[in-house]
Design a protein around this ligand. Structure first.
Ligand code: SF4
Length: 709
């Protein structure tokens, strides 16, 4: 018999590569992985992480049985216990006394029902996601400019551009297959210009015509300067601005107000004036420009403003809604976008509707058959754990994420969970740092067992299909949420499979669609009648997907109409702000955190692949040679890093890629994997006031040679 081959989607980054998995031995979980040549995200290519997925699907480190207080129990007991405890706490303290903290690893169907339970029936908006840490500033940027959280571009725009600007993005390591598409575009079109704006000289710079090693935190100032330059040099598209935009004049005034003399601007950004001039000239002259941005922009106390400073320049040049043009944020996780669609953030409702809009609340309430729909924003990630710490939130359910490692001020998360009345953790992994604090452990299915959909960073919905039957007593996340919802006495959760949830989610996206376009910002109503066989065979497709766009939509705003009430895009006046905490004599360096090429998040899966561990086997701190020399550090010596929030040890890696005065530490290591500490404990918890996204790229830090006692 020929082995079975199943098409599914990579569970790591937001590129969303298609995979063909050929089952060799289902009992032993042996599978061959290769890229799906037909998938439009990757056309058969996979990066190191995707290619080694077969090494990560065994049963080692899996949670396979429900547990209460360390005792194995059956599902009936676990579900009844969680439902009773949540119900009792809500009855005594109100619906805002509970919270869910979920994950961009969840399928859209899991996200949908978790959001429906919390916002629709418990009646609180206290559900937030670890995607808050990676892309919530981009969401604010899009909503302020376009009236909706809608990524305008597709990967094919990268291949049609004349200039690609990568700002705050090490795509070569963090979105490798998207980066490979850029590299190939450059190889086949040598006139394509690539500009990388990043304090670090990352691997992404390997293909750059120009690397602007910007001073950390100066991005909004730089893009304000670009806007002023475009106006001064007559490089704005007046016709586009007049017909399709609002508020150009105040945005330009703000840009001119913050703008310095050109040489002063270059100096403030830490750049050579001729390099800055070259970038501005290319942006002004070339018609097809894509600006790719990621965590270096988003993870900032002014991340939302940085996003809008970039978008302003695209609107000014009319560089949007056209082939090869647009502001293109890269989401980090496989389904951060799916979570945005169903409202898996504390400040969104569902189907991109708003909590503060009574019409939206009424519409969703009638659709769900509930009169308890939340009508005000809930607690965003950092606020949510603050509320756990001070006892306002008495029960927290953490689903598929590891906040004890990944949140800023991560030791505070430990203390919060230690004194919380009820901590429920559902995960496929048994031994995460967070699981150690769980009163109740609920075993969830892993990637190779999941069945549903994810949406990648270019709005493309793809199927994740199961390769194996669930292991042990593991159950899908949607199943666990729905069974607990039913035991809490709520109707509307009797789904039998993920296809039924997807159908409902699609129907809600088009329910009472009253937009002038006939297409709401997020609308996949064409799938509202999809049957099981169609769901099983669903090909990758980009939303919106409606009766008028049955094959999906590659590019948004091609008609110059936006999702605002007036149909016009909005310029946003930007007043640049420095990072919230400045360096000083006690903490003289700037700590930057981020991803490595071969690891994913808190390494619960990638650490299982020996090949991936060989890239960087332990936590390191990158430091510039001049700083290392001045402070007496030797390559591979041990350093102690200290901030106002915590400390850790790391192996010294002297790197010319690092700017003097700044340090880089990877985000991945946990206490399970390294006794030297985790970088999350060092990161300041300051957030962007609009997006709630933490400033994970700029924490003042001290570094010393570590002397064992
Ligand atoms: Fe997976 Fe991202 Fe690599 Fe594609 S680029 S194989 S989605 S980790």
């Amino acid at each position: 018999m020929n082995p079975t081959t199943i098409k599914t989607t990579c569970p790591y980054c937001g590129v969303g590569c298609g995979i063909e998995a050929t089952l060799i031995d289902s009992e032993k979980h042996i599978v061959n992985i290769k890229g799906d040549a037909q998938h439009p995200a990757n056309f058969g290519r996979l990066c190191s992480k995707g290619a080694t997925l077969g090494d990560t699907v065994g049963l080692e480190n899996r949670l396979l049985q429900p547990e209460i207080d360390g005792q194995t129990v059956d599902w009936d007991s676990a579900l009844a216990y969680v439902a009773e405890r949540f119900s009792a706490i809500i009855a005594e303290h109100g619906s805002d006394a509970v919270g869910f903290y979920v994950s961009g690893q969840l399928l859209t169907e899991d996200y949908y029902v978790a959001n429906k339970l919390m916002k629709g029936f418990i009646g609180s908006a206290n559900i937030d996601t670890n995607s808050r840490l990676c892309m919530s500033s981009a969401v604010v940027g899009y909503k302020r400019a376009f009236g909706a959280d809608a990524v305008p571009c597709s990967y094919e725009d990268l291949e049609q551009a004349e200039l690609i600007v990568l700002v705050g993005s090490n795509a070569a390591w963090c979105h490798p297959i998207a980066f490979q598409r850029i590299r190939r575009a450059k190889e086949s079109n040598p006139s394509l210009k690539i500009v990388v704006i990043d304090p670090r000289a990352t691997s992404t710079c390997d293909i750059a015509d120009l690397h602007l090693s910007i001073k950390p935190g100066m991005d909004a100032l730089l893009f304000n300067g670009l806007l002023a330059y475009l106006a001064e040099t007559g490089s704005v598209d007046r016709d586009f601005i007049d017909r399709h935009c609002r508020d150009f004049v105040p945005a330009l005034a703000a840009a001119q107000g913050s703008a310095l003399d050109f040489d002063e601007l270059a100096a403030a950004c830490g750049l050579a004036a001729h390099d800055l001039a070259q970038f501005f000239a290319w942006f002004a002259k070339l018609k097809k420009v894509v600006t790719v941005y990621s965590q270096g922009i988003n993870q900032s106390s002014s991340g939302s403003d940085k996003c809008n400073a970039i978008i302003n320049c695209h609107l000014a040049g009319g560089k949007i809604g056209k082939a090869g043009s647009g502001p293109f944020s890269l989401t980090g996780q496989p389904n951060a976008m799916g979570g945005r669609e169903v409202g898996g953030l504390a400040n969104m409702l569902a189907a991109h509707m708003d909590l503060e809009n009574p019409l939206h609340v009424d519409r969703v309430g009638r659709f769900w058959g509930s009169d308890r729909v939340a009508n005000r924003q809930g607690l965003k990630a950092v606020e949510l754990f603050d509320a756990v710490a001070d006892g306002r939130v008495k029960a927290i359910w953490i689903i598929a994420t590891n906040p004890v490692v990944s949140m800023p001020d991560a030791d505070k998360i430990k203390r919060a969970l230690q004194q919380c009345e009820l901590v429920v953790v559902s995960d496929c992994i048994a031994n995460t740092d967070t699981m150690a604090f769980a009163h109740v452990k609920l075993p969830a299915t892993g990637w190779s067992e999941k069945d549903g959909t994810v949406t990648n960073l270019e709005r493309r919905i793809s199927r994740q299909r199961p390769l194996f039957a669930p292991s042990g007593q593991a159950r899908p996340d949607w199943w666990i949420v729905c069974r607990i919802a039913q035991r809490m006495g709520f109707a509307g959760f009797n789904y039998r499979n993920s296809a039924e949830i997807f159908r409902e989610h699609a129907a809600l996206s088009g329910f009472e669609n009253d937009s002038e376009h006939g297409i709401r910002d997020f609308d996949i109503s064409a799938f509202a009648g999809i049957d099981q066989a169609q769901f099983d065979a669903l090909p990758p497709i980009q939303w919106p997907v409606t009766a008028r766009a049955m094959h999906g939509t590659a590019r948004l705003f091609t008609d110059g109409r936006f999702y605002t009430e007036h149909g016009k895009a909005c310029f946003v006046p930007i007043n640049p702000r420095a990072p919230f905490h400045a360096t000083d004599a006690d903490y003289p360096f700037t700590l930057n955190t981020g991803r490595l090429r071969d690891q994913w998040h808190t390494m619960t899966r990638t650490a299982l692949a020996a090949k991936l561990n060989s890239h960087k086997p332990e936590p390191t701190v990158e430091i510039h040679p001049a700083d290392a020399l001045r402070l007496g550090f030797r390559q591979h010596g041990l350093a102690k890093l200290t901030t106002r929030w915590g400390d850790m040890l790391a192996r010294v890696d002297i790197a010319v890629s690092q700017q003097p005065g700044s340090l880089f530490v990877p985000m991945h290591w946990t206490e399970q994997l390294s006794s030297r500490g985790r970088v999350g404990a060092l990161v300041n918890p300051v957030v962007d006031p609009l997006s709630g996204q933490p400033e994970s790229k700029q924490t003042p830090v001290r570094i010393e040679i570590w002397q064992p006692r």
